[in-house]
Write a protein that binds this ligand. Structure first.
Ligand SMILES: [Zn+2]
Length: 305
């Protein structure tokens, strides 16, 4: 969807309400009282849902990424449109201008909610078959240094480790014999430290276990066979590393370029959200026009605050 189509589809708040209601009903509405997805009725006059089993009422925004937000639905949808329309993403200031919002902080929170919903959506997916794994380091600063007086120089910046995994399927062209690799889904997660325990926890949480895992040689991977079917480690520094870990290394260099291009400084607290947005887009690189609708699905899905 582009901006012209958007204004045609969503001329007012009511059209946005209908659209969001449709997607909420499609993905299932979770009743906070019954603590599960139940059948809900919509009361158009009062603009609320009612749980068919306990009669608890909830608003259209309740239980979604939009919960407790005073922003109009149209602003939320517009933000989703902008955030799904560009390849590299918007800076907060730019989105604030485009949405006509008066406060930077409101835009900042709106964007981070959406990024968090993107992450929750991708958490539903588990990597399978053959997987490349490595870490990279991103420079971050502490939040109080950004909100208050920013202290540059020694001690204010920190190298934060990020775990990166990619599904990677080797292919061989039957005619030419040429070998290539096709990549599938990606995962990225901030790590407090890189050791056996945290690497294994990441692999356990993000793969089906019955996988072939490719890494370089690192002592942090010495117990990795406990959580995967097969572990293949290539010696570091060799050209074979670049070939074996082709997609994770490509993703890492793209990540660094993208984040540095849009943000001049990243707070540790929000790094995971920036990773969510980057990976969300990367995983949906072939979706084209469907990206907006996908993001609405992510945004109307039961959201964990
Ligand atoms: Zn209920």
């Amino acid at each position: 969807m582009n901006l012209i189509e958007f204004t045609g589809h969503f001329p007012d708040e009511e059209s946005c309400e209908q659209y969001i209601k449709k997607y909420r009903e499609k993905s299932g509405i979770r009743c906070k009282n019954c603590e599960k997805i139940t059948r809900h009725y919509w009361f158009a006059n009062g603009r609320f849902f009612e749980c068919s089993s306990c009669r608890r009422r909830s608003s259209l925004k309740s239980g979604t990424v939009m919960e407790n937000s005073k922003l109009p639905l149209r602003i939320w949808l517009l933000a989703m449109l902008f955030m799904s329309a560009t390849k590299k993403g918007f800076s907060c200031l730019e989105l604030q201008r485009q949405l006509g919002l008066s406060r930077y902080e409101t835009t900042f929170r709106l964007m981070h909610r959406i990024r968090s919903a993107m992450g929750q959506r991708d958490e539903l997916y588990i990597l399978s078959d053959m997987i490349e794994y490595d870490e990279c380091y991103m420079e971050t600063v502490q939040e109080n240094q950004i909100l208050g007086q920013l202290k540059r120089g020694k001690g204010s910046q920190k190298q934060t480790a990020v775990a990166v995994a990619a599904e990677s399927v080797p292919l061989e062209d039957l005619d030419s014999g040429q070998k290539t690799k096709r990549c599938g889904y990606f995962k990225m997660r901030v790590m407090d430290k890189v050791d056996c325990e945290s690497v294994n926890a990441f692999i356990r949480a993000n793969t089906g276990g019955d996988v072939v895992l490719f890494t370089d040689k690192n002592t942090a991977y010495s117990k990795i066979e406990e959580v995967v079917a097969t572990h293949l480690a290539v010696p570091s520094g060799k050209e074979s590393v670049n070939d074996t870990l082709k997609w994770v290394h490509k993703a890492i260099s793209n990540l660094k370029r993208t984040l540095l291009g849009v943000y001049h400084m990243i707070t540790y607290k929000y790094l995971q959200n920036y990773l969510n947005e980057f990976v969300y887009r990367l995983n949906r690189r072939y979706f084209g026009k469907g990206l907006f609708e996908r993001l609405v699905i992510a945004g109307t899905y039961p959201y964990v605050q």
